[in-house]
Design a protein around this ligand. Structure first.
Ligand SMILES: Nc1nc2c(ncn2[C@@H]2O[C@H](COP(=O)(O)OP(=O)(O)OP(=O)(O)O)[C@@H](O)[C@H]2O)c(=O)[nH]1
Ligand SMILES: [Mg+2]
Length: 682
């Protein structure tokens, strides 16, 4: 055997003068992510995959989960239908009635009508690839159709399946195959929340049914690109037809869209995973694969999207510090979140003057994946805050057509209500009635601060004080303090103080003292009787004036249903930029424990992932690229020695010093592709 003179890596034992144990790493290197794939397939594996065997029927349609469960699925839930985020129709002040509903609080838990239906997309089972339509040429195989005369046009396609049996087994075990297990029950999420409770992050005393409507954690993954193929044109009277392997299709994109009919993040309790479809693989006759199916994640207006920590990782930045990826306010807004992976090129794309018979094709690029934190913040102009039982919901029911639950006990309102107040045709405002605040809410008492974040988007507040409480001024102080403790920005918002229940003698007596004490602090309070609608108009007109001033100072915001003409694809662009990092941008470091050299670079990792080791020219190209982008030179400069392990992306290689300094393998024919019978050209 000819000795190999080189100064480069080999990962193919057959190509070495002496045997070198070079293999795909079984464990993931610490610095790289992604799953490890065995680049080699035995002949037997090839045969199995090409014939289909017992494997499921390959389906070209890709994984998709484009729709959330219909709204009716959860609308029977009493909270949603009765009190949560109800956006009423516009009415004039005088048209509304005070809703008096005296209900027991049990209704909140007894009607936890969870819809057990879990959607599954059984059609999507693309992981086996769509190979059966292709002829596979194998070493010693008699199955090659040599009868050219029968076919006027025919392609020889050299293909393989990209899933190992182990991988299939794993997929089977976890039930995590594309198209299945797209919807997880919310149990896991709830468990997480329980854990959070223990650490004191979440508020105490809130039943689980109410927790995850305005926060959700979801997983999104764009589709992998389809693989390119090696194929050659074989046509009657067209000798040497040349390469004709088509490119793989692009993977599906992940979009986020605002659905105006959604009013909570409740659907994400059941549907956590969203995967776009894989691009179809290329085919012979220069046929490119079809693009993968896009997935659209629908969210409620007012949803803030942040990147989350992966499930299982601990510690790290606080949520507030994490960058907001998207803020989606207006129904119809649509953002491209993650673009699908690029399709791998087929051998027709590698044809050049130097290489007219390229035996190389690429794998499709893997689609990126992300865990996202969704948070819903109401899109309201004015927030009604105050102690429990102060009459906040009564006020909202009087000034708008909203019909929140009103009852004579604290914490009647457990989730925010929305109402639209209309003064005139074009002067309206959205008002939110929030759950009551107790002293110590910042320590988790009552409903805690959980819902105060909904006021973050409000331009002004109405602070309702219960005039019949023993000490209204102390109650006022306590609630103000809680607001300040939650967020100084909220405390700085302009507000109106409304002393309520003036129809009661108790309150009537306390009003002069209360007024004096507030005036002494420079605040001009209002008194009203929400039940009798006395004084409510003054309160609401004053707050509208505050709102107008705020709008003038900060510019008129678009109405809720005006679609702003902005491009929200910046997240996708950022991801794409990171993905398309130049191949010569890499870092090399040496692991002190294993003594292995790690070459880390997004461009290189992507290149390794897209290299299809089954094809004979891939080895050569890989070596050339390592040389051209300076990896070999850098390693030499850093003192790499004969026999050292070098890890590039997911590949583990062994370094060999060459005798004459050449950096190119001299014999590249003896590769793993020996098992593929290639057509002979003279
Ligand atoms: N007499 C009198 N009762 C009122 C007035 N406003 C509200 N109430 C009563 O006060 C009780 C509490 O009213 P809600 O509107 O539910 O109070 P809330 O602030 O929304 O209470 P939570 O949602 O529990 O925080 C109900 O029984 C109302 O009928 C008023 O102006 N006068
Ligand atoms: Mg209420």
């Amino acid at each position: 055997m000819a000795s190999i003179s080189m100064n480069c890596f080999f990962f193919t034992p057959q190509a070495q003068a002496r045997p070198i144990k070079t293999k795909k790493i079984s464990a993931k290197p610490s610095n790289v992510s992604g799953k490890t794939r065995n680049p080699r397939k035995t002949q037997r594996e090839l045969e199995l995959k090409s014939r289909g065997g017992d494997k499921p029927e390959p389906v070209t349609e890709a994984t998709s989960y484009t729709r959330l469960p219909p709204r009716e699925d959860f609308s029977d839930f009493s909270l949603v239908s009765s009190s949560y985020l109800k956006l009423s129709e516009e009415v004039k002040l005088s048209e509304s009635n005070v809703a008096r509903v005296e209900e027991k609080i049990e209704f909140l838990v007894e009607n936890d009508g969870e819809d057990k239906e879990v959607k599954k997309d059984d059609d999507d089972d693309d992981i086996w690839g769509n190979y059966r339509r292709l002829d596979v040429f194998e070493g010693n195989s008699e199955s090659i159709d040599d009868d050219d005369d029968d076919d006027d046009y025919e392609d020889d396609v050299f293909e393989y399946s990209d899933e190992t049996d182990e991988e299939k087994h794993e997929i089977g075990k976890s039930g995590y195959k594309d198209g299945e297990a797209l919807c997880f029950s919310g149990e896991g999420e709830e468990d997480e929340e329980e854990e959070e409770d223990e650490t004191g992050v979440k508020e105490k005393g809130v039943p689980a049914v109410m927790r995850c409507f305005d926060r959700a954690k979801i997983f999104v993954k764009s589709g992998d690109g389809g693989n390119g193929v090696v194929a050659f044109r074989r046509e009657k009277f067209v000798p040497f037809g040349g390469p004709s392997g088509g490119d793989g299709g692009r993977g599906g994109n992940v979009y986020v869209e605002v659905d105006g009919s959604m009013n909570s993040l409740l659907p994400f309790r059941k549907s956590v995973h969203f995967r776009a479809g894989r691009g179809e693989h290329g085919r012979g006759k220069m046929q490119s694969g079809a693009k993968g199916v896009d997935v659209v994640v629908k969210v409620a207006p007012g949803t803030v999207v942040r990147q989350a920590k992966e499930v299982g990782t601990e510690g790290g930045e606080e949520e507030e510090e994490r960058e907001v990826l998207l803020e989606l306010l207006h129904p119809g807004q649509r953002a491209l979140l993650i673009p699908g992976g690029r399709g791998g090129r087929g051998n027709a794309s590698f044809k050049s003057g130097m290489n007219k018979v390229p035996r190389i094709a690429e794998n499709g690029e893997e689609g990126p994946e992300l865990w996202l934190d969704l948070e819903l913040k109401l899109v309201a102009d004015v927030g009604i805050v105050g102690a429990p039982n102060a009459g906040k919901s009564t006020l909202l029911s009087v000034i708008s057509a909203a019909q929140p639950t009103i009852a004579n006990y604290p914490f009647t309102t457990l989730l925010p209500n929305l109402g639209v107040v209309s003064f005139d045709y074009d002067s309206t405002m959205v008002v939110a009635d929030l759950p009551g605040l107790l002293e110590g809410a910042h320590r988790g008492f009552g409903l805690g601060h959980e819902f105060l974040r909904h006021t973050e988007r409000c331009s002004a507040l109405v602070h309702v004080v219960d005039g019949s409480s023993p000490q209204p001024d102390l109650e006022f102080e306590a609630v103000r303090l809680e607001l300040e403790l939650f967020s100084p920005e909220i405390a700085e918002k302009p507000y109106v103080v409304a002393f309520n229940k003036m129809d009661l003698p108790d309150a009537y007596e306390k009003w002069p003292m209360f007024k004096e004490s507030l005036r002494a602090r420079g605040i001009e309070p209002f008194c009203m009787s929400a039940v009798q609608r006395d004084g409510t108009h003054e309160v609401i007109s004053t707050v509208y004036e505050l709102l107008k001033k705020y709008r003038e100072a900060n510019g008129e915001p678009e109405g809720l249903f005006d679609l702003p003409n902005e491009n929200l694809d910046h997240v996708a662009k950022k991801i794409d930029k990171e993905r398309r990092a130049a191949i010569n941008e890499f870092k090399i470091f040496r692991d002190s424990g294993t003594r292995a050299w790690h070459v880390v670079g997004a461009g290189l990792q992507r290149f390794v992932q897209m290299t299809n080791w089954r094809y004979m020219d891939s080895d050569k190209r890989f070596q050339n690229v390592l040389d051209a982008c300076g990896v070999n030179k850098s390693l030499r400069n850093m003192g790499v020695k004969e026999g050292d392990t070098v890890i590039v992306g997911e590949m583990e290689l062994v370094w060999h010093d060459s005798a004459n300094g050449s950096s190119r393998p001299t014999d590249s024919n003896k590769t793993s592709t020996d098992s593929v019978r290639w057509p002979q050209w003279k």
